[in-house]
Design a protein around this ligand. Sequence first.
Ligand SMILES: Cc1cc2nc3c(=O)[nH]c(=O)nc-3n(C[C@H](O)[C@H](O)[C@H](O)COP(=O)(O)OP(=O)(O)OC[C@H]3O[C@@H](n4cnc5c(N)ncnc54)[C@H](O)[C@@H]3O)c2cc1C
Length: 383
Amino acid sequence: MGNKEALVIGLGITGCSAARMLADAGYSVTCFERASHVGGRLFEDIRANGIRVQVYGPRIFHTDNESVYRFLKRFGSFYPYRHRVLLSTGDKTVPLPLNSHSLEVLFGENHAHQILIRLQTYFPDRKRISSDELIRSSDEMLIDLGRFIIENILTLKINRQSPDSFIPADDSYANDAMVDIGTDDCYYEDSIQAMPMQGFLPIMESMLDHPSITTYLNMDALSRISILENSSRVLLDGVPFNGPVIFTPSVDRLFDYKYGALPYRATKITFHDEKRDFCNESAVIVTPKDPEYVRITESKQITLQDIDGHTTLSMETPYETMVKAHTEPFEPEITEANLAILNRYMDLLKNCTSLIPLGRMATYRNMSIAESIEQAQKMVAAL
Ligand SMILES: Cc1cc2nc3c(=O)[nH]c(=O)nc-3n(C[C@H](O)[C@H](O)[C@H](O)COP(=O)(O)OP(=O)(O)OC[C@H]3O[C@@H](n4cnc5c(N)ncnc54)[C@H](O)[C@@H]3O)c2cc1C
């Protein structure tokens, strides 16, 4: 104890959690964050009307992992929250994931009834079935339903992938791609679904509030650390660093994009304050056919703030895939070609066991908040 040192690069939820767990385990932890604030993709802001918004779009905490939730609750209190999402097809608005009610509205009562019977026959004892499973079934009606979901929801929402190349890329997409055989209109199925009373930002700040953690904001870590190709050492300011280095940004920049940039999708989000109690029927409306917006979020329905006469909407427009980090990357574009690029970078890191890539960007995987924390827990347990 006492002499153990660790570096944490990037202070999103992964970096903040890892830093705190390392400090709790007796490490003296130095953190570098490129932005002027902590939070990463969970950063929040308060609008002039008092409404707290998630700057990079809605992030809902959901997990079946009790220990992740216990960890988070050390840093703030939470309220139970059931996330409800609607799909707007232009002329119809239905619960998403599609449920029996959605099928009735979209396809009429008789056809919906037929679909439900086939779903129950083909997938007995199942509650939710993915579009992927539907198109792999041998039932024409179910294959058509799978194609409907892919063509009308996923492809348009993701805005680029064809039905053939689609890989459910995100936990949110995975739910978009489901059909629920019953009437459940809750987006997630996890046993724990909750939101922090004061938002995620104070939770992350409180994680870093520990005498053994030193935080440097506005600090691009790559101006301080370096790794020689296939080397086993991380250098901090040119001197070998002996402790673990938790690395949460994208790995391509570590090697100056030698094998090309790993593509990420990004979203442009605009906020609109309205002088009304509420505007929408649910917290999130997915609008895949809208030429401009793919998703509209009414923050107050998530924060449950008691503010009369005001509400704020956030409208999301997908950007093209970014080739280099011109704007903050959101989510990895997972294709075989991009995973091949990732593997080449990972090969360069294979001797450098002290550098531990963690989180959504560094591992180029779509992970929820809970999965990021779980990954940090496993990392610390393995040290
Ligand atoms: C569209 C979308 C919707 C999502 N919805 C949900 C949801 O509803 N529920 C859920 O649980 N999860 C959701 N997620 C996942 C969740 O947002 C992420 O898992 C989580 O925020 C990732 O945290 P992170 O710390 O790994 O990465 P980030 O938050 O990206 O943090 C990385 C940090 O590294 C910093 N950094 C970058 N380069 C450098 C550098 N050179 N030096 C120093 N610092 C650097 C960045 O500034 C940033 O702060 C969603 C993700 C997306 C994309």
